[in-house]
Ligand binder design. Structure first.
Ligand code: ADP
Length: 169
């Protein structure tokens, strides 16, 4: 696996074999918050075995939303998307674990809930592409950029979780 240095680190516990881990940015969008799906979404990442290393509730400004989605600025839905993301509280998070960037996207499902498999977050919990309740970084470089946009370095908490020795050999 090739992880960018900022996203990768080694488990410190000497009884655990070194595993390359990575971090991804996950956000519960305003619709997910308003619909009472925070614990449902966090629970899915938590039960999988991923580790929460940063979390905060914020109402992004429209300018901030535009920065987050700047790669989509030429798309017809861009303005509505930025209005929507800035319309209420967002749960911004960083999750850590082996393969979390790619597998986090699997947990989330396809961009359109209509194309998302049952069992995925979007497949199970929402209907429309413009109200798809969750964001997840789409690759290692995006993960580093998005974590840097939403969080200060000191807001990321490095800690050992007791279940790591049962999750990683
Ligand atoms: P993803 O969130 O799955 O990474 P994209 O980066 O392509 O998907 O798009 C970002 C967000 O823009 C989507 O999650 C969705 O909320 C919104 N979006 C994407 N396509 C459309 C569309 N055709 N109409 C309205 N909103 C869209």
């Amino acid at each position: 696996a090739t992880f960018l240095p900022v996203a990768a680190f080694m488990i410190q516990d000497p009884t655990v074999e070194a595993v390359e881990l990575e971090r991804t940015f996950i956000a519960i969008k305003p619709d997910g918050v308003q619909r009472g799906l925070i614990s449902e979404i966090i629970g899915r990442f938590e039960r999988k075995g991923y580790k929460l290393v940063a979390i905060k509730l914020i109402v992004p400004t429209k300018e901030f939303a535009a920065q987050h989605y700047d790669d989509l600025s030429s798309r017809p839905f861009f303005n509505g998307l930025c209005d929507f993301l800035s319309s209420g509280p967002v749960v911004a998070m960083v999750w850590e674990g082996q393969g979390v960037i790619k597998y986090g996207r699997k947990l989330i499902g396809a961009t359109s809930p209509q194309a998302s498999e049952p069992g995925t977050i979007r497949g199970d919990l929402c209907v429309q592409v413009s109200r798809n309740i969750i964001h997840g970084s789409d690759g290692p470089e995006t993960a580093v950029n998005e974590i840097g946009l939403w969080f200060k370095p000191e807001e990321l908490v490095s800690y050992t979780k007791n279940d790591e020795k049962w999750l990683y050999e």
